[in-house]
Ligand binder design. Structure first.
Ligand code: GLN
Length: 498
């Protein structure tokens, strides 16, 4: 049952092979048996089974819906009524929101059954999930390895088939990078396509909700429900709903015969020179090259492009995201939410102790950097400068998209590294985001698609291919990912024992 995709699970429910309640119980058992992965922060069988029963009753009444009765898990950055929403932080440990995030609400209204809340780097700051107050998540492919971050819990849960699909958020790569490191599919839609309402804010101009599942087709199906305008999010884009599955299994050019064994004929894939430079490890490069060859076999044409500001995306991202984080996180003061220090002299001392005790080291580092770059005298030379380069980065992509339809490259310069390996070296950790940050800064949609494994001691560690498309072109990007998944078996592979 856990190997099935969402369409197969739908059939299993529709043909009464299994009930929604049994399906929820089945996955809850799997989660319990895999608790040492540490992928989940809150499990609440009562809430899950209640939702499953409600879905079952709807099915019995003859109600229909593509997602009705199917299980889902939510990254702990999404607030959920009834469940804890900690954002991986001590300062919000045990916090229970009085409302649901829009994404959560839409999926629940569609009848999806929440299995739990997934572990993550504190406030989504990190690339390895080691910044969680609740301990790291293990990579199901190799338990000594990190699962990536910050959506590491969602990634590990999907890779270990504890849930067929999970939500994630991506501010600078947090859906794509953990998807890559755990061998699953992840999609970060165009900024503004998915409501941020109820996503605990990290960097508001970058944060975007998205999905992680084993197959692109599953991501497409669920994206239909979570995307769309939300008046509660001022940066939500007013655009009609669309069916993200509409191009799946269709040829790239509408005029091509449907039986063509080169369905992607006419697709131009841009390969940014800067994504294939010295920092890219050999095993990742080999897997990406093999995937690109596959795309050529499917009819695509490879073109060389350049994204000249790629290197600057790291300083620009860490200035802008930290600036926004320092402002967003000022609300955690021991008065309004969550944790409060137990002993303090006066109000100021209460703020200080609460924040010193409540936030972890990486979050404090970002607040310090953010406060610094926004301070009088430094604003112009750091923050303003970063904003200007951000615009140039976005322009680079627009220039590239005059020469190609999709951009491809690696997601991460290496396969998953060992737990503990980079934790004391934040700069090295930041470098791991080099291929994902500029997409976020430009607000473009991006995906990670499993395309192979490392070599030698890393032979069990997955590699992800990144696909980047122009704004609001998710349906085409999903088509390109899905076409690859139909002719390769990377998505069918599972970690030992799964
Ligand atoms: N790893 C990046 C960071 O630490 C990206 C995180 C994210 O996308 N939420 O900020």
């Amino acid at each position: 049952m856990h190997q099935k995709n969402l369409t197969e699970l739908r059939t299993a429910l529709d043909t009464k092979q299994i009930s929604a309640l049994e399906l929820a119980q089945y996955f809850l058992r799997r989660i319990e048996n895999e608790h040492e992965l540490n992928a989940f922060l809150d499990i609440n069988p009562q809430l899950t089974l209640d939702a499953a029963k409600a879905a079952e009753q709807k099915i019995a009444r003859g109600e229909k819906g593509p997602l009705l009765g199917l299980p889902v898990a939510h990254k702990d950055l999404f607030v959920t009524r009834g469940w804890k929403s900690s954002a991986g932080s001590r300062i919000l440990a045990n916090y229970v929101s009085p409302f649901d995030a829009t994404v959560v609400k839409r999926l629940s209204s569609a009848g999806m059954v929440t299995l739990g809340k997934t572990n993550m780097d504190e406030f989504a700051m990190g690339s390895s999930n080691e910044n969680s107050f609740f301990g790291p998540v293990h990579n199901p492919w190799d338990r000594n390895a990190v699962p990536g971050g910050s959506s590491g819990g969602s990634a590990a849960a999907v890779a270990a088939a504890l849930v067929p699909v999970a939500t994630g958020t991506d501010t600078g790569g947090s859906i794509r990078q953990p998807a890559s490191l755990t061998g699953i599919t992840g999609i970060k839609p165009t900024y503004g396509r998915v409501s941020r309402y109820g996503i605990i804010a990290f960097a508001s101009s970058l944060d975007q909700g998205g999905l992680m599942a084993r197959w692109a087709a599953d991501c497409a199906l669920v994206l239909n429900t979570i995307s769309g305008f939300d008046p509660r999010d001022s940066t939500s884009v007013k655009r009609d709903a669309e069916d993200y599955t509409r191009y799946l299994s269709k040829p790239w050019q509408d005029t091509a015969p449907r039986t063509d064994d080169r369905p992607l004929t006419g697709l131009r894939i841009g390969l940014p020179r800067e994504y294939f430079g010295a920092g890219l490890s050999g095993d990742v490069r080999a897997a990406i090259d093999a995937a690109l060859q596959k795309y050529e076999e499917l009819g695509a044409i490879l073109v060389n492009i350049s994204l000249p500001q790629t290197e600057l995306s790291i300083p620009v991202y860490y200035i802008i995201s930290s600036a926004e984080a320092s402002s967003n996180l000022s609300r955690f003061d021991g008065v309004r939410y969550g944790y409060r220090a137990t002993e303090y002299r006066d109000l100021l001392d209460m703020y200080k102790k609460t924040r010193s005790e409540g936030f972890g080291a990486e979050v404090k580092r970002r607040i310090l950097v953010g406060t610094y770059v926004l301070s009088h005298g430094y604003y112009d030379s750091y923050y303003l400068q970063a904003q200007k380069i951000r615009r140039m980065i976005a322009q680079d992509f627009q220039n590239a998209f005059t020469q190609c339809d999709m951009i491809m490259g690696p997601v991460s310069p290496s396969v998953a590294w060992n737990l503990g390996e980079k934790i004391n070296n934040p700069l090295q950790m930041y470098l791991a985001d080099i291929y994902t940050l500029s997409t976020s800064l430009a607000g473009l949609p991006g995906m990670s698609v499993p395309c192979g494994f490392g070599t030698g001691a890393h032979a069990a560690r997955p590699v992800g291919l990144q696909i980047i498309s122009n704004y609001f072109n998710e349906a085409r990007m999903l088509q390109v990912a899905d076409a690859f998944q139909r002719v390769t078996d990377w998505c069918q592979k599972a970690p030992i024992g799964v």
